[in-house]
Design a protein around this ligand. Sequence first.
Ligand SMILES: Cc1cc2nc3c(=O)[nH]c(=O)nc-3n(C[C@H](O)[C@H](O)[C@H](O)COP(=O)(O)OP(=O)(O)OC[C@H]3O[C@@H](n4cnc5c(N)ncnc54)[C@H](O)[C@@H]3O)c2cc1C
Length: 389
Amino acid sequence: MTTQIPEDTMTDEEIMILDSIDKFIETDVRPFVHQLEHDDEYPQKIVDTMKEMGLFGLMIAPEFGGFGVSTLTYARIIEKISTVWMSVAGIINSHMIMAMTVQRCGTEAQKDHYLPKFATGELRGGIGLTEPDAGTDLQAIRTTAVRDGDDYVVNGSKMWITNSGSGNTILLLVKTDTTAEPRHKGMSLLIAEKGDGFIVSKKLEKLGYKGIDSNALTFDGYRVPVDRLIGGVEGVGLKQVLGGLELGRINVAARGVGIAQAALDEAVAYAQTRKTFGKPICEHQAIQLKLGEMTTRTHAARLLTEAAAKAYDRGERCDMEAGMAKYFATEAGLENAIEAMRIFGGYGYSKEYNVERLYRDAPLLTIGEGTNELQRIIIAKQIIARNPA
Ligand SMILES: Cc1cc2nc3c(=O)[nH]c(=O)nc-3n(C[C@H](O)[C@H](O)[C@H](O)COP(=O)(O)OP(=O)(O)OC[C@H]3O[C@@H](n4cnc5c(N)ncnc54)[C@H](O)[C@@H]3O)c2cc1C
């Protein structure tokens, strides 16, 4: 790789974990990416290996059967995986947000029941927030959960829910009170396992992020036992979800670093072998300017991402730090992917090369886990709030 995660900042345990991730991505992922991606085929064999390795429990506490790695280590793992195939990172990322929300906000009984099953991957899935008419403005969701005896009865629809077809469980954001003001006081979170009335209505076709499934869901009289209400409290669902999104944003930032790094690696190698006008294109100043910017962006994106991860691990408020990391690192991924495509010339547009996939995968990062427009607004509000005149 052209730039590296600094080894002197890693513990021995972290070096060991990252080594095993390297072996996994080189042996079990890289040789199969091209075919799986272009066929948009769910990588079942890779997922089975991830289960055997315990990757679905990376951040889950050891007492519940996980590895309990720090946010920093997790971000480094996600970066590494994303340099090879971002879709594999997506398979664990939203699952991990679901698991960590249960670990942070769940009742003791919910933790005891769900976390060991999440850690092995027996129960696997993601987060169900977005709806056809509500994404950024989550308080506008319309899916309702109405109490009926010992159950909630859920009706409504969700959009873009990743891992909801291949997986079997999602964290579902609902309205338990549609009249509450402010609106978030009527929002709650449920653990929704597949069952009658939980309908995967459509697998959505995407520009990139292939292999992994994102679906439209319909809930039609779907019953959830009341003991699946996260924390056993209604009206705090949005707060519970937003606490988890900081972690989500750090991990999307890590994916951005991975894409930026992969695009840089491809460009550096290609620019030394492709010749025009009698010399390798890396000797033309126009290409050097691109490589200089790409390298700097990758380093800076990694530094911001790791700074946010460390702040999260210290338990500090880090919405601004996670926002800066998410915004900068994902834009770095997108810009590096475009620059790598230009450096490759016509071959960058060919489906035979990885650069074309990086170019299709990168834009999603600027949209998911809070758009980059929203991130800049969060950063601005925080910088003002932290520095009153
Ligand atoms: C491949 C894929 C996978 C996804 N996976 C999941 C998943 O697993 N779970 C899940 O819940 N969701 C998922 N999403 C949904 C994703 O989180 C939303 O698309 C995202 O939050 C944006 O919401 P939206 O699409 O409704 O856009 P909108 O909210 O309609 O935004 C449209 C535009 O308006 C801008 N905008 C909105 N409000 C403001 C404002 N106040 N100020 C300035 N600009 C604003 C936005 O930045 C954007 O540019 C996924 C999406 C994709 C494409």
